[in-house]
Design a protein around this ligand. Structure first.
Ligand SMILES: *Cc1c(COP(=O)(O)O)cnc(C)c1O
Length: 408
């Protein structure tokens, strides 16, 4: 009998492990093939450039784009900045209005905030209780000053999927550019830039079994052509959209990750769906008062976000995180004790937001890991609830909202 601790990773929305096939593809580009892809005068440069162009084709193929429409960046944060600030600055004579949602990634929200400081106007559309924005909301918010709509594909905290195809169609009809932060969707859900009416799309390698520090922005070249003011200057790499020496091994790995995703994403999807259902079934068999955050219908199977009522999220996390790696809806990372802004945007109460845990599944998660995690979570939640007077009162049928607390 061994007491060795396990390390179970259920945080696939934060990052994914590198697929060994990706690492293998990258290796030569750290050593033998080390040239600068911008070196035009010798084979070292030519080979690096050839590898980058092959990767560009692999990345483009995954989303139905032309390789010329792919701009390599340092990741989705930079891609979001380039897409939003790039369009805003290039088209500022045309209009100053941008539409987005309240549950976007900070890379989008903070870029919008920075643009507000410069005088742009941003509409932050609220989402419903299900964490989904409707195409009608977007349509109603458009003005003759709107130059860009940016709505994410799948949400990184609650896994909800937005109706981007429909939103894209509305924008196309009005001649307004549509950007989507598709970081959580590309390589894991269906996505095609033409079918989805997308003009700009951000994504990153490390959320799809590639390396960290490399991503891409898709920018449409015709019908309509999107022009962008660069945010990084110098040297004119990437057709002038993004200067800086290319991360050749990273780009090669990104390309390989895209190639694998193209043939295997459906398998990954079915695998995650099974694991997701398995975890939920096990938790529900032993625990009551579980609330799933975000639409059950419009969601990706790689994510399960649950509030464990009457259990303090931090205590739950501390009870399991010696062996189970997950994220919590209480932002213990920041100095404030503010719960997740995404959960708050759905109207989840502060209390319940603090009890939430995000589970993320992926290509390398096993059934055995899910079973082990379920057992540990169930044990911890039961132990914490035994110590909770509120849980006891609720079980005795006392309506906690009607209780007159002394000292108030
Ligand atoms: C992870 C993530 C990002 C940031 O990507 P980086 O490559 O880490 O900069 C942006 N948007 C979403 C939705 C994400 O999940």
């Amino acid at each position: 009998m061994t007491n060795a601790k396990r390390q179970i990773y259920l945080d696939y929305q934060a990052t994914t492990p590198l697929d060994p096939r990706v690492l293998e593809a990258m290796m030569p580009y750290f050593t033998n093939v080390f040239g600068n892809a911008a070196s035009r005068n010798h084979p070292f440069g030519w080979k690096a450039e050839e590898a980058v162009e092959k990767a560009r084709e692999q990345v483009a193929a995954l989303i139905g784009a032309d390789p010329k429409e792919i701009i390599f960046t340092s990741g989705a944060t930079e891609s979001d900045n380039l897409a939003i600030a790039g369009v805003a600055h290039f088209y500022k004579e045309k209009g100053n209005h941008i539409i987005t949602t309240t549950i976007e990634h900070k890379a989008v929200l903070d870029t919008c905030k920075a643009l507000e400081q410069e005088g742009f106007t941003v509409t932050y559309l609220p989402v419903g209780k299900d964490g989904v924005v409707t195409p009608a909301q977007v349509k109603d918010a458009l003005t003759d000053k709107t130059i860009l709509v940016t709505v994410m594909y799948a949400n990184n905290e609650i896994g909800t999927i937005q109706p981007i195809k429909e939103i894209g169609a509305i924008c196309r009809e009005r001649g307004i550019f549509f950007h989507t932060d598709a970081t959580q969707g590309i390589g894991k859900l269906p996505f095609n830039v033409d079918e989805f009416n997308v003009d700009l799309a951000s994504f990153t390698a490390h959320k799809m079994y590639g390396p960290k520090g490399v991503g891409a922005l898709y920018a449409r070249r015709k019908n309509p052509r999107v022009r962008l003011a660069p945010i990084i200057h110098g040297g004119g790499h990437e057709r002038g959209f993004r200067s800086g020496t290319l991360n050749v091994p990273g780009i090669v790995g990104f390309g390989k990750a895209c190639e694998i995703a193209q043939t295997e994403w459906k398998k990954d999807y079915e695998h995650a769906k099974k694991l997701n259902e398995r975890l939920l079934l096990k938790l529900r068999a032993e625990l009551d008062e579980l609330i799933i955050n975000g639409s059950v219908e419009h969601r990706m199977p790689y994510n399960l976000n649950i509030s464990f009522a009457y259990v303090e999220g931090e205590s739950l996390l501390m009870g399991i995180n010696d062996e189970i790696a997950v994220s919590s809806g209480s932002a213990c990372t920041s100095a404030s004790l503010e719960p997740s802004y995404v959960l708050r945007a759905l109207g989840v109460t502060e209390d319940l937001a603090h009890t939430s845990i995000r589970f993320g599944f992926g290509r390398f998660t096993t059934e055995d890991e899910v079973d082990y995690a379920a057992k540990k979570i169930i044990g911890t939640v039961k132990r914490l609830r035994e110590m909770s007077p509120l849980y006891e009162m609720a079980k005795e049928g006392i309506d906690l909202t009607k209780v007159q607390w002394s000292g108030h």
